[in-house]
Design a protein around this ligand. Sequence first.
Ligand code: FMN
Length: 168
Amino acid sequence: MGSVLVVYGTKTGCTQGIAEHIGATMIDLGAKVDVRRAEDKPDPAGYDAVVVGSGVRAGSWHGPVKEWVSAHAWKLKEMPTAFFTACLTMADGAEKADEVRAYTDPLIAETGVEPVDIGLFAGMNDPKRFSLPERLIMKAMKAPQGDFRDMDAIAAWARETAPKLGIG
Ligand SMILES: Cc1cc2nc3c(=O)[nH]c(=O)nc-3n(C[C@H](O)[C@H](O)[C@H](O)COP(=O)(O)O)c2cc1C
């Protein structure tokens, strides 16, 4: 049924929850799944497919996730790899999906890793989890407060993307 490595980067735990939900959905489809932080530097060797995602700061994935993709690009180019992005722009609805999809364009151009799909998910803005400067930035941006993660939409994306990863 296939084995999948789900790798994520997070500042507040938002993207960890999304990664774990993607992993649980793929386990339900019969896959063997490991969910790991990018900082742990998991080795994609031996897996059949990879899902990698991150929260966003200033239009870009977190550094450790970009570094992980770069470090393993040669391998990821040979295996089905899906990306996902968690951010607040998606909390406004799907109108700005193209803008959010473009957050990973530089990484794709730099590494040559072509994802089979890019999941675009609303994240969260919980001021308690941000530093003071981050809280001020969010306030200045008039970012909506709350947890906008749609677990049903995340599971639906995982199920739709699974066949492209050779699962199910
Ligand atoms: C300083 C700062 C900058 C951010 N920049 C963006 C951005 O450029 N675009 C966006 O859609 N969301 C942006 N966000 C929102 C985060 O991506 C969102 O809170 C996401 O859920 C974070 O996930 P994580 O905590 O798992 O990293 C920003 C948040 C902060 C605190």
